[in-house]
Ligand binder design. Sequence first.
Ligand code: NAP
Length: 251
Amino acid sequence: MTNPFDLSGKVAVVTGANTGIGQAIALALAGAGADIACVGRTPAEDTVTQARALGRRAEIVSADLSSIEPVNRIIDETVEKLGRIDILVNNAGIIRRADSIDFTEEDWDAVIDTNLKSVFFLAQAAARQMLAQGSGKIINIASMLTFQGGIRVPSYTASKSGIGGLTKLLANEWSARGINVNAIAPGYIATNNTTALQADEVRNKSIVDRIPAGRWGKASDLGGAAVFLASSASDYVDGHILAVDGGWLAR
Ligand code: NAP
């Protein structure tokens, strides 16, 4: 019987692949058989080394996604180095924290540009390639703040709520043309992105107390969902936002 989760011969582009969730997803995809283009501003040396140790091809594609300037080059360089592109994981993202009453335009624009604008235009660039070949998988990284309001992170909440809408819109446009567009909404995952929350004793306790699973997530907890949405196992899954949250949204 063929394995519907097998990614052998597929090429995945993962943004922000040097650390945290992006690194864990890149390695999970590599573990399932995919070759990986590790996109980011910090070279993902460790991820490339680990993916190659799994027997995969892995390449660094340097790009700063705070603007859309590199999006076409990312796709061109991936095709040049790895031959094709089957999977795009839009993972790179930032967060800025301040009371809404004091929030600056700089903190608004920086987060929206990286987390939402670059995600759309990289998906567009990848889809031009995927539509031509009649197949592709696009996975956006959403958040609990795709569903909830959060506090002191107005641009982040706006960006991740935008990711929810954008994921559905792109699925509506492209699902009949061979591209599945979906999102993963991580719960509270211990990475650089959440260091401030983990270090704040009061917030940390209130977060863990509210998680039915009773613990922070690990970046590797996202791997299975990513392999599912990148593989033929999800060929009839479109515009879905898959929460991987230890039950946070169920409470
Ligand atoms: P992280 O450890 O801070 O990683 C963020 C990644 O994005 C890093 O690779 C970072 O590269 C990259 N990045 C940021 N700005 C970039 C830019 N301008 N150009 C290129 N790459 C850039 O955080 P994480 O928790 O793994 O976050 C990954 C994604 O998951 C983000 O979209 C985040 O919003 C989302 N998320 C995280 C959580 C959580 O609890 N951790 C929950 C929900 C959603 P550098 O290392 O060079 O900065």
